[in-house]
Design a protein around this ligand. Structure first.
Ligand code: ZN
Length: 443
């Protein structure tokens, strides 16, 4: 199965300006922290079991060797040592092995979902290769063989996009392998059921069971969203679908959206949200099909034409109440989903309200952009407008690839991430980030 189309145009860049408190990837690596000796009373009785402090110290030292900080381990010291053992034994990863360490924070953050045996067996077989690919495809992930292919022209044509594409493909690997194989979801007698429940049905019940389409939008949008959250701090493809998932972050909280993506019952968890919002099985099928068709135009689904902004607004109303029009963050998310300028061509049942909040002309948008960018004191240019809103560390950022100038008027290409209070359009912090190159990591 093909899994990725990388559309952009990244760039070549040289430095980072960071005025925020969230860490840059290229921070100087500090010395390993002093770890206080264990006071475990068990240690004298069970001499063969390493003390907790030893495990922690070893894991932290190893993490630092591989470009991670202690906080990236999220307390999962033992898991990190096991992860590193498997990774070091993998001979299929070649010069990309060092970069694969970057996925550990994602694994640690979702450790409660982890099926260790399944995941580590996948990690042992994971391979990365460059391959010939049609133009426009950045990379592909094949779960059957646990193999990632990267377009062999990418390093030359879009060098700054290379690692971001690789991270996106690695998110597919984590998604498919963290908690076991993906489970489908079905509809029966007006309610949704899991694949496990469906397996126990009688033949007669089977006849009444509806298949819910593959939630490709979660697979692709999620891989891109978590690339942004854990690595690039921006979105490089599948823009409206990623924004739909940011909308779920906003409505349900980041933890729940993240769990939905990385668990093996993503489809069931998403359909549960729709069911709670009052959608019938037929509407659930149509919503999932519409979202997935929007993700990959080669998907063919019958009668699937539900505006995705409507699905998100329905979910908002069911969870947070009717007053979505006065929620500034939610309104900005909608602006990233609907077309710009907004002309109301999608057939949305909320068209009248969306007209009031959307960017109805480019002048309208650029007025907003000028207002927020001038607060940085920099001459910024976004390559994608409007910049996507993504939550990073629980805070909403407007983020896109773009360019800016140094004091010497040198043009820099990279990622622009602005933390904005959208109620008053006040800048709270911003970050200009240069992309990493494989050479920076692999040596
Ligand atoms: Zn993908």
């Amino acid at each position: 199965m093909k899994r990725h189309i990388s559309v952009l145009m990244l760039l070549a860049a040289v430095f980072i300006i960071s005025v925020t408190s969230f860490g840059c990837r290229r921070e100087e690596i500090p010395d390993p922290p002093e770890v206080s000796p264990s006071v475990s009373q068990m240690s004298s009785e069970v001499p063969d079991v390493p003390e907790v402090s030893d495990i922690r110290q070893k894991a932290v030292a190893l993490a630092l060797e591989h470009g991670l900080k202690e906080e990236d381990l999220k307390g999962e010291y033992e898991l990190f040592l096991a992860f590193s053992d498997i990774l070091e034994d993998n001979e299929l990863l070649g010069k990309w092995k060092e970069f694969v360490y970057r996925i550990f924070p994602v694994v640690a953050e979702n450790a409660e979902l982890l099926d260790e045996g399944y995941f580590f067996s996948g990690l042992a077989d994971l391979s990365i290769e460059e391959a010939e690919m049609v133009e426009g495809h950045g990379g592909e992930y094949y779960d059957d063989s646990k193999s990632i292919l990267i377009n062999d022209t990418l390093r030359e044509t879009e060098p700054d996009d290379y690692l971001i594409t690789l991270f996106h493909e690695l998110m597919h690997f984590v998604d498919y392998n963290l908690s076991g194989p993906e489970q489908m979801c079905y509809g029966l007698d007006g309610r949704i059921i899991t694949e496990k429940e469906a397996e126990g049905l009688s033949e007669e019940e089977n006849d009444r069971t509806w298949y819910i389409p593959d939630p490709a939008f979660i697979t692709e949008g999620g891989a891109e969203l978590y690339t942004g959250k854990y690595y690039s701090k921006t979105v490089a493809s599948y823009f409206p679908i990623v924004e739909f998932l940011s909308g779920l972050d906003h409505i349900y909280g980041g933890k729940r959206t993240e769990r939905m993506f990385f668990s093996s019952d993503s489809s069931y968890l998403f359909c549960s949200m729709l069911q709670k919002a009052g959608y019938s099985i037929e509407e659930i099928r149509e919503a999932v099909a519409s979202l997935s068709r929007y993700t990959n135009s080669y998907y063919e689904f019958p009668d699937a034409d539900m505006p995705i902004e409507d699905i998100l607004i329905d979910l908002y109303i069911s969870e947070k109440g009717e007053d979505w029009e006065h929620d500034a963050v939610f309104c900005y998310i909608l602006k990233c989903i609907v077309e710009m300028p907004y002309e109301g061509n999608s057939g949305s049942k909320y068209e009248k309200e969306l007209r009031k909040i959307g960017f109805t002309s480019f002048e309208d948008y650029y007025r907003f952009e000028d207002e927020i960018t001038k607060q940085t004191g920099k001459d910024l240019y976004f390559r994608v407008i409007p910049p996507n809103l993504i939550y990073i560390g629980g805070r909403p950022y407007l983020s896109a690839r773009g360019t800016w100038k140094t004091d010497d008027m040198e043009e820099i290409h990279g990622v622009i991430a602005l933390e904005i209070d959208l109620k008053d359009n006040v800048l709270k912090s911003f970050e200009l980030i240069e992309p990493e190159l494989l050479e920076d990591i692999a040596g």
